[in-house]
Design a protein around this ligand. Structure first.
Ligand SMILES: [Zn+2]
Length: 424
């Protein structure tokens, strides 16, 4: 419905057929082009005369640019410049994304033309478009932008280059440089936009933590493992957590340096963790207040491995279920709640038995719910420290547990720590 409204706006602005505009928009959005970018592209395609009415745009300090500005002229230092490929109407289009700063602030930009921007360049972009993204202004450099390189370089308070630690990376970050150890890597075949293609996926680690990655154009240095430097990676959300994307434009090189991958996950309140919208490696501490339905002894579809009900898979119909163990427990620490999901191994630990034991218990009771009941008795009302991958969607927050341990915390010590916090 939203797309429909955008299409209608555009069509009336540009005086062209709405269905045509909508089809174009749909196409762009399917290829993950943000809606604002997509609209801007279509304005160019259909020749938008409406925004160029006011003569030359005025010069602005970056700190003063607002999403309401139509077009501006800015002078700033290129902090980062990362090339990325997007698909536009069947063609691969190369864009450059990064950040630009002056003495007053910093702003993200997208360049639709290859101006040859490099980190450290001081540029003046005349007639740069301003668009809103997530409530913040961003710059669009395109055909109608006049770009010049300044001899006099600006002194800015921001670091040039995109050096970052994994723990600081957020969805939407572009042109980042990281030095990491390949913790885990596998080659997979996926159904990509150009048919079957091989990619690498796994986990990177550095002193600050760990993050999953996808390498779209398998780099030998990554596959070989060890310690590597990656320039020009970008961060995208995948299954609810930020993921480092290494593309064909990224520069990957092996480096001769030891990296101690931080063993500690970030510890957070449940509320704080849920508020991040998804975090790869996090530790929370709370009370199990309930064990949800669909826990204990369950059956999965042999085709898609999803949990089935009464021998019925939602996709595959009547199937011969495969027995499995799992727990979905609600963990609450007073600041919020998450559903902690325990896999078969962790479930065996809290059940204190194997799948065979569970099947036997169910046979004897002639009811497989007894397995969930047993687990319920063991863990509800107790306090656990859980480490895992948190994702948040419209159905709530899920924490896929890697570790699930009863807290050894001394309740008295915790109470006094809590009081100190309250006093402060
Ligand atoms: Zn199925």
């Amino acid at each position: 419905m939203e797309l429909d409204n955008h299409a209608e706006d555009l069509a009336s602005d540009l005086g062209v057929d709405k269905e045509e505009v909508k089809a174009d928009l749909q196409n762009l959005v399917e290829y993950s082009v943000p809606i604002d970018e997509a609209k801007q592209s279509l304005r160019r395609k259909y020749g938008d005369g409406s925004s160029g009415g006011g003569g030359a745009p005025s010069s602005k300090d970056i700190g003063d640019i607002t999403p309401e500005d139509g077009n501006v002229t800015v002078t700033g230092v290129v902090l980062t410049a990362g090339k990325r490929s997007i698909r536009y109407q069947g063609d691969d289009l190369e864009i450059v994304e990064g950040r630009l700063a002056d003495e007053t602030g910093v702003i993200d930009y997208t360049s639709w033309e290859d101006f040859g921007l490099s980190p450290g360049d001081t540029i003046t972009a005349g007639n740069a478009g301003v668009r809103e993204w997530d409530g913040e202004p961003e710059l669009n450099l395109g055909e109608s932008t006049s770009l010049s390189f300044e001899d006099q370089s600006l002194d800015v308070a921001y670091e040039i280059g995109g050096e970052a630690q994994l723990a600081d990376l957020q969805t939407g970050d572009r042109a980042v440089t990281v030095e990491v150890t390949v913790v885990d890597c596998e080659r997979r075949t996926i159904d990509g936009r150009d048919g079957e293609t091989e990619i690498l996926s796994g986990v990177f680690g550095d002193e600050s933590g760990r993050l999953p990655f996808t390498n779209w154009d398998p780099a030998p240095a990554i596959e070989d493992g060890g310690t590597i430097r990656i320039e020009n990676a970008f961060v995208q959300e995948f299954r609810g957590v930020p993921e480092v994307n290494v593309s064909e434009f990224s520069v990957v090189s092996a480096i001769d340096r030891e990296i101690d991958v931080g063993a500690d996950a970030t510890t957070m309140d449940v509320g704080e963790a849920v508020h991040t919208g998804g975090i790869y490696d996090v530790e929370v501490n709370g009370n199990v207040i309930a064990v949800r339905d669909g826990s204990g002894l369950i059956q999965r579809c042999p085709e898609c491995y999803r949990v089935i009900q009464k021998g019925q898979c939602r996709t595959h119909g009547s199937v011969d279920g495969v027995d499995d163990l799992r727990v979905k427990a609600i963990l609450d620490d007073g600041t919020g709640a998450v559903t902690v999901v325990l896999d078969d191994e962790l479930t065996q630990q809290v059940y204190d038995g194997t799948l065979e034991d569970a099947l036997e218990q169910a046979r004897e009771a002639m009811d497989q719910e007894v397995v969930a009941d047993t687990i319920r008795e063991r863990i509800v009302g107790r306090e656990y420290r859980v480490r895992g991958h948190l994702s948040v969607d419209e159905y709530g927050a899920n924490l896929d547990a890697e570790d699930f341990e009863e807290s050894g915390d001394d309740p008295e010590a915790r109470a006094s720590a809590f009081l100190t916090e309250v006093d402060a």
